[in-house]
Structures are given as structure tokens and as C-alpha cells.
Design a protein around this ligand. Structure first.
Ligand SMILES: [Mg+2]
Length: 432
């Protein structure tokens, strides 16, 4: 059965406002209304702020700021450590609530989900009224403040959700006909999917606003930033994906592969690339809430012959270091004759839902690693995949990988799947 149930024209993105800070208030209601920050180690002034409440933001506290600086800006700042179990519980509760309205709910991060209202009874009152009702239910039943964007595609719904944060209703509907009026005046940095590097490149060529991006000729734009320029313009025309995918577990595998600009001479040069590939796969697994036991490594040699090795892990894996370790084991099983090689790919299949918690009784370090990985995911969600890299992937090949995937940021799950997740997308077809 296809994992894609419907293509809708009533695509919504719901985003929890300052999720970590909002959950801290759920855990301790006395914190409501106080300037609040979440940091990995509240006692360490070098620890960075993962999320700040709106009250703290008003006083100058920013995400990614070292705690010392945040406390200097706001001496009354309350700092709490992250509570990933609480975030997962809140996410599950919100998922259950959304599913009262529609079965088409797709999580793209711990605090963001697409949902499609097409065919739902709630839609009879209109999409905006339905979303206002959903938002009120989330607020009153779960104590979570959310913003909801409504539009015809994932991209436009995402852009609408940013605007919704400034609306008193917390809901904003963006019609494709209003894109020019609403989005074109915004700076290109506001375009979801454009990171700082691409923005700087566009600015250098006097493309400063989303409107100017839309008005650039496709030829000129692709010569500046590559094929992704076409995707950006299609997104603005409302031609982006309108598919809300459900049942991620129906995916057979999650994989990532890279064709090298120059052949890789030997295992020493391949290892950092495998780490980067393992990191990409692990991060996608966690985003989809999945883990897998079958790990495979594909290498293509100079003569275009493709070689595979596979193993079955004892436990389903979803952490970079686990998948990397298995990839190294597999690498040792290849003959030396695969070098020089021109492509490598890491794939994880045999997917199961990620355990809600690792076996903590004897596995406290595993728990800490998982919490750390999820924190990294959160930072990447906000700042892009290259916001945090494994130090040993920072060689040129690792950097190449991240550059090639840097547009695959959080909400573009569908778009990434089409472009760079062969194992994830090959089995998915858009429903008619
Ligand atoms: Mg959020």
C-alpha cells in the first residue's frame, strides 16, 4: 500500500511556539510569564540557549546565545535543562488531538506537523475557522501555544505559519494569489530553505527580497545557486509539493548516497564520507521517528560496477555513531579492488518505530547519546543541516556532502525525498 494517502489543497503547518520553553511551563506552571531559557547544562555559562520564551526574547535572549551572555542581558532568566521525554509526550498528545480532525498528520520535527484538512468535517466552516478551533483545542487541552499556517502547498503553509506568529488569532491563510503581496516584500532570508550561505550569494548579486528572487530569470538564478533555484521559484508559484505523508514506517529504507567529484583513492579517504552519510541517514531516521536493523553499504568502482555489503544489527539503530560503526564493519568486508571508487551510499532498512526511550536501566550513556542527538536535530531544524557537523566530516568531501544537501531542511521532507533520498522516495508515488 502506498504510504501517501492523499494530495490535498488544504495543507496546514502547525508549529509549537518556543516548544522547549512552553513545555517547561507545563512541567512547572509557576514559570508561566517569566523569562525562561532551556540549555543543556543550566550551570554552565558556556552552554548555549536552545530555546527562549517570548518573555526572555523581549529582553534580548536569543537562541544559540551562550548562557553567560543571556544572563547578562536578563539577570532574572530562569534556566532549565531540556526534557526530551516531556517533548515526546507533548508531541504524542498533540498528534492524537490532530487526528481527531484529520488522519493526515505528518510530523517533520518534534514541534512541527503538516496536516491536511481535505475531506474533513471541520472544513465545512472554512479552513481558517477549522484551524482556529484546532489551535484553541491544543491551547486549552494541552497547554501548548501554537501557530498554524494554511495554504495549498507545504512551502506556502510553512511561510504562512511564520506570518501566523504575528497574528492575534495565531492562524494565517496564504492564498497563492496573495504571494506577491505578502511574500515578495520579505527579505530573502525569510524564504524557508534559503540558508545564510545561499542568502549571502544572492545578496552579492543584488537579489535582496523574495520578490527579486521571483523576478530573476531561471537561467540567471540556476547559474547563481544551481538547480535548487528552479525549486525556489516553483515554490513561490505554488507548484511545490502538496502531499502530506503519513505512516512513515511504511518506508522500506532510508538511505543517502554521494557521487564524488573526484574518485576516492582508499579507505582512509572514504571513512569521513561514511561518517557524513551515516549522519545524514541517522538524522532522517530520527526525524521520521524510525530506527532500523539492516545496514547496508554500497560502493561503485571506477568501472561503474556497484558492490553491496549488508549486516543485521542486534538492536535497531538511529544514532550516527552506531550507523557509522556498522558502515566501517561493512567497509572492511569489501575487497581492495573497489578503490578508487566514485560513489558510496549508506542505507538502513528493516525499519521500526524508534523506541520511545532507550533501555535506560543499564544504558545511561545510550540515553545521554540519544538526548544529545535529539538536541543536535533541534539545532539543525532551526539552522540547517550544516549548523552542526561531526568534526571529522569537515574534510572537503564531508563539506561537499553537506553543501549538496543543505537545502534539505526540516519541512522539505517531500522535496528531500525526491532529490536525495532514493531509498525513501523510490517507493513513494504521489497519489493521483
Ligand atoms: Mg516551533
Amino acid at each position: 500500500m502506498s504510504s501517501v494517502l492523499a494530495v490535498g489543497t488544504t495543507i496546514c503547518l502547525v508549529d509549537v511556539n518556543a516548544m522547549f520553553a512552553s513545555c517547561a511551563v507545563i512541567a512547572d506552571p509557576s514559570l508561566a510569564g517569566r523569562p525562561l531559557a532551556v540549555a543543556i547544562d543550566p550551570s554552565d555559562r558556556r552552554s548555549i540557549v536552545l530555546t527562549a520564551s517570548y518573555e526572555a526574547r523581549a529582553l534580548g535572549v536569543r537562541t544559540a546565545m551562550p548562557l553567560g551572555q543571556a544572563l547578562a542581558a536578563c539577570p532574572d532568566l530562569v534556566v532549565t535543562p531540556p526534557d526530551h521525554e516531556l517533548y515526546r509526550r507533548s508531541q504524542r498528545a498533540m498528534g492524537a488531538l490532530l487526528e481527531r480532525f484529520t488522519p493526515l498528520v505528518e510530523w517533520v520535527s518534534i514541534d512541527e506537523a503538516f496536516f491536511d484538512l481535505q475531506g474533513c468535517p471541520a472544513l465545512a466552516q472554512g479552513a481558517v475557522a477549522a484551524c482556529v478551533e484546532i489551535r484553541r483545542a491544543i491551547r486549552t487541552e494541552l497547554n501548548l501555544p501554537v501557530s498554524i499556517g494554511v495554504s495549498t502547498t507545504r512551502f506556502l503553509a510553512k511561510m504562512a505559519s511564520h506570518i501566523a506568529k504575528r497574528e492575534s488569532s495565531g492562524v494565517f491563510q496564504l492564498q497563492p494569489a496573495d504571494v506577491a503581496r505578502v511574500l515578495h516584500p520579505l527579505p530573502i532570508e525569510a524564504f524557508h530553505g534559503i540558508g545564510p550561505k545561499t542568502a549571502a550569494r544572492l545578496r552579492a548579486f543584488s537579489i535582496l527580497t523574495i520578490g527579486q528572487l521571483a523576478a530573476t530569470t531561471p537561467h540567471q538564478l540556476t547559474s547563481l545557486i544551481g538547480q535548487v533555484g528552479n525549486t525556489f521559484q516553483a515554490d513561490l508559484r505554488g507548484d511545490g509539493s502538496a502531499t502530506v505523508k503519513v505512516a512513515a514506517a511504511a518506508a522500506k529504507s532510508i538511505s543517502h548516497e554521494l557521487t564524488f567529484a573526484q574518485d576516492i583513492a582508499g579507505p582512509d579517504d572514504l571513512r569521513p564520507i561514511l561518517l557524513a552519510l551515516a549522519d545524514q541517514v541517522a538524522s532522517r531516521l530520527r526525524r521520521a521517528g524510525l530506527a532500523g536493523r539492516q545496514i547496508s553499504l554500497t560502493v561503485r568502482d571506477r568501472a561503474f560496477s556497484t558492490h553491496d555489503r549488508q549486516l543485521t544489527a542486534k538492536q535497531p539503530a538511529c544514532l550516527t555513531e552506531e550507523i557509522f560503526r556498522y558502515a566501517l564493519t561493512l567497509l572492511a568486508r569489501f575487497p581492495e579492488s573497489i578503490f578508487p571508487c566514485r560513489l558510496a551510499g549508506v542505507s538502513v532498512s528493516g525499519l521500526v518505530p524508534m523506541a520511545p526511550e532507550p533501555a535506560t536501566l543499564f544504558d545511561a550513556p545510550g540515553h545521554a547519546k540519544r538526548a544529545l542527538a535529539e538536541t543536535v536535530d533541534q539545532i539543525r531544524q532551526r539552522y540547517g543541516d550544516d549548523a552542526m557537523l561531526w568534526a571529522s566530516t569537515l574534510g572537503s568531501a564531508g563539506q561537499e556532502l553537506y553543501d549538496s544537501t543543505r537545502h534539505g531542511s526540516s519541512f522539505r521532507t517531500g522535496a528531500i525525498a525526491d532529490r536525495s533520498e532514493p531509498g525513501f522516495s523510490r517507493r513513494r508515488k504521489k497519489a493521483p
